[in-house]
Design a protein around this ligand. Sequence first.
Ligand code: RFL
Ligand code: PHB
Length: 389
Amino acid sequence: MKTQVGIVGAGPAGALLSELLWQAGIENVVLERQSRGYVLERIRAGVLESGTIEILRNAGLGARLNANGHVHETINIAWRAEELLSIDTADRVDRVMMAYGQTAIQEDLYRALDARDRPPRFDADDVELHDVASDRPWISYTHNGIDERLDCDFIAGCDGFHGVTRHAIPGNVRTEFEKVYPFGWLGIMSETKPLPILLYANHQKGFALCSMRSPMLSRYYVQCSLEDTIDDWSDDRFWDELLSRIPSDQAAKIQTGPSIEKSIAPLRSYVAEPMQHGRLFLAGDAAHIVPPTGAKGLNLAVSDVHYLSKGLIDHYTSAGDDYLAGYSKRALTRVWSAVRFSWWLTSLLHRFPDQTPFDQRTQEQELIYLSSSRAAQTALCEQYVGLPL
Ligand code: RFL
Ligand code: PHB
């Protein structure tokens, strides 16, 4: 097979890139290792920046988002057990976030690609990239046990953190930056009425977060040890911990019930530079990971794709290659802002196993400062709601 852009991975980055390129008349093929059902079942992100909402709406993907997304006008931080700081983002930066699940975005994208009769090629195994530094890069893979070859003008590596495309950038060209945090997040989904607000908690027993997916679907997280497994966490233990980590008036509003999903995610910051090499371009988690505290991962995948699609469209419309040549530099500027912000918010809200009394006091002082300074709150909102594209 021959195409203009070969895309590896049909997560939000790969599927959105495919749709944006088709809209510009650029042929592409998406190769996805997993089945369609597996990708659609994966429960991940839930909060969209204002810029992400705009990109999705401009791409004609706004109908369900507008109908079902829940607007969050505040960020709420509980600390010292009973204190709740509520920051009005609409007032501070005139923009808002929205609760709309990654699963729903993934469904919207697959529906759009199906309508074009261009769905991703699922169950593609053993993807390998070849000659990425040449003018004729190609991809080998197997499908239903048959070896296949895809010749491309360009390759987009959208295959997430555990993908293969990043490794096609030679070791002497690639630099990696990494920070692993000494705890994880235990997350549950439950078919109960969620709190209407997004609530982050810094508590002596550890971090907690109350979020939502829809009017009858709640998403909650508590900080847990990296040694824990989900078998250590019965639903009863989870609810006890969650309710004890947030202010009692909020805890009283939480409806508990059986979990329908439960998983543990380790927390990590990671960046691979550069995000392009020859005719290979990386986007999303394939190039960078942030801890979920700032709700930035999916939003970064979308902003990378926004930049990359524009570069590729410029190339094919003879507008020149300058924008494409500057992709890595442009994307990395935004990536590092999000990496720094996610690290900062993670440091502010979690209990670290080796936290000294000094660390404890400086963390608390930062929360006192944030509570009392409009400037500090505006800085938080500006980054949380998303820096401009
Ligand atoms: P994905 O979603 O991992 O998709 C990559 C796709 O590539 C496929 N793949 C391959 N395909 C072919 N050949 C190979 N060799 C392949 N290897 C892998 C995979 O099967 C997959 O389908 O990456 P993408 O598209 O870059 O999207 C990134 C986001 O998924 C991720 O950043 C977010 O989910 C992170 N995240 C959050 N981000 C937010 O913006 N807001 C949030 O509120 C938020 N909450 C979260 C999160 C991530 C979490 N976890 C589980 C890590 C909450 C959690 C708990
Ligand atoms: C979520 O709803 O899954 C979520 C919300 C906010 C975060 C991370 C995850 O910071």
